[in-house]
Design a protein around this ligand. Structure first.
Ligand SMILES: Cc1cc2nc3c(=O)[nH]c(=O)nc-3n(C[C@H](O)[C@H](O)[C@H](O)COP(=O)(O)OP(=O)(O)OC[C@H]3O[C@@H](n4cnc5c(N)ncnc54)[C@H](O)[C@@H]3O)c2cc1C
Length: 385
């Protein structure tokens, strides 16, 4: 359960101090790191420029089993077994070997934060001075800690590299969506060049709203007009916009003594732009390494090395999906895309492909670790419900 470091509103005082761990960013990645430090005895500060759960950062769809295994199932709005893919010529319905669920961002962040044992406060992180004890500079004061995590998203704010990549030259995709009040039955994707050629479009129902958006793998291609067009085509209002950049290349997960987790390390999967599950996965992995440091079982250097190589071990999967993304960008306009989809449109292929895809960051990982909180493994039979 997070506690506040300082008072809110007009009584707010400067924020400074010494901690064992400072986690910068209180979304999926940062909260997963903090969760793994529960009852470790470490003093942990989590900072974000917004309150926890205040600013939704995505369409919020993730594999259901991940949400259950982390004890986050109460945030679920809607669950889908099928994926519906629209091409101009034909619509495909693929039954997946596992389900996706849309969830409520604020509820999920609250549930995840409640599993942690940390101090939280709002501050804008501006940079870092590195050392045996790092100093994190914020708009409210300096925070000192030997262990610092950058879970601040694609900007990679705490990077030591002077050429920290910025759009539109960056290895980033562009995503925009609207959240009209509406309802729907299916998790739908459009591989339709009418909306975007290098990318795809989606409509994810989530109870009393539908999240309708367009993602472009090419950061120079704007997606507002196609988002409005898709909303019109499916008969919903283009209201309540939400957009961001999405990394599509893996980057080093450590940076001169700092742990980078989630979008800051490019942990979002290319092709699908699925970055929630991976932010949770690498967040848990990072938190487990940090826990060993604060418990005196390894040094910071060893934790950096182990976490860095854990992330790098997944490079093959990210590279592979990046190649698929490049192919989709190249053939989306051509009949070759229809031929490829027809070949894939077999239950055995869908089962095989999506099982491998899930195993890039498997839900069973959420059940590992030294944390005392151990949710019950999610039973596969629940899929039938
Ligand atoms: C339109 C869109 C739809 C998407 N839909 C999905 C989806 O359905 N499923 C999926 O798996 N992925 C989706 N993604 C990708 C997913 O949103 C990201 O990969 C995921 O949010 C990464 O989590 P994170 O914790 O690393 O970063 P973020 O969720 O971006 O969190 C970063 C946190 O850092 C804070 N922050 C940033 N800068 C500062 C600063 N200077 N000081 C203090 N705080 C700061 C932010 O307030 C935020 O809380 C989508 C992305 C977009 C753009």
């Amino acid at each position: 359960m997070p506690r506040r470091a300082t008072k809110r509103g007009s009584e707010r005082t400067p924020l400074s101090g010494d901690f064992d761990v400072v986690v910068c960013g209180a979304s999926f990645a940062g909260l997963a790191v903090a969760r793994e430090l529960h009852c470790s005895g470490a003093s942990v500060l989590v900072v974000d420029r917004y309150e926890i759960g205040e600013r939704q950062t995505s369409a919020c769809a993730a594999p259901t089993e991940w949400l259950h295994n982390l004890g986050l199932q109460d945030s679920i709005r809607q669950t889908f077994r099928d994926l519906v893919i629209h091409r101009p010529s034909r619509t495909y319905r693929w039954t997946l070997p596992w389900t996706f669920s849309t969830f409520d961002y604020r509820t999920l962040c609250g549930l995840l934060a409640d599993q942690g044992d940390f101090v939280f406060d709002t501050a804008k992180v501006d940079g870092i001075t590195r050392g045996a004890t790092h100093v994190v500079h914020t708009d409210r004061g300096d925070l000192r800690a030997p262990l610092v995590v950058d879970a601040l998203g694609w900007r990679r704010v705490l990077s030591s590299s002077p050429d920290a990549i910025q759009p539109p030259d960056a290895r980033l995709s562009r995503g925009l969506e609207v959240h009209p009040p509406a309802s729907g039955e299916d998790l739908e994707l459009w591989l339709d060049p009418k909306y975007v050629v290098p990318g795809y479009s989606w409509a994810f129902p989530a109870g009393d709203e539908v999240r309708v958006g367009v993602g472009s793998f090419n950061p120079r291609i704007h997606v507002k007009d196609p988002t409005v067009a898709l909303a019109q085509d499916i008969g919903v209002d283009a209201v309540r916009y939400q957009g961001n950049w999405i990394p599509h290349r893996l980057r080093p997960a450590t940076d001169d003594g700092v742990f980078m987790v989630g979008d800051s390390a490019g942990h979002c999967l290319p092709t699908t732009a699925e970055g929630i599950r991976t932010a949770l996965y690498f967040g848990l992995a990072c938190g487990r390494e940090l826990r060993k440091v604060v418990e005196g079982r390894q040094t910071r250097g060893q934790a950096l090395a182990r976490y860095g190589s854990f992330s790098a071990d997944h490079k093959w999967a990210f590279d592979w999906l990046w190649r698929v993304q490049s192919i989709v960008s190249g053939v989306n306009r051509h009949p070759a895309m229809d031929t490829a989809l027809k070949v894939m449109d077999r239950p055995s292929f869908v089962r095989w492909a999506f099982t491998h895809y899930l195993n890039i960051a498997p839900p069973s990982f959420a059940l590992e670790g030294a944390r005392p909180y151990a949710p019950q493994p999610w039973r596969a039979e629940a899929l039938a419900a």
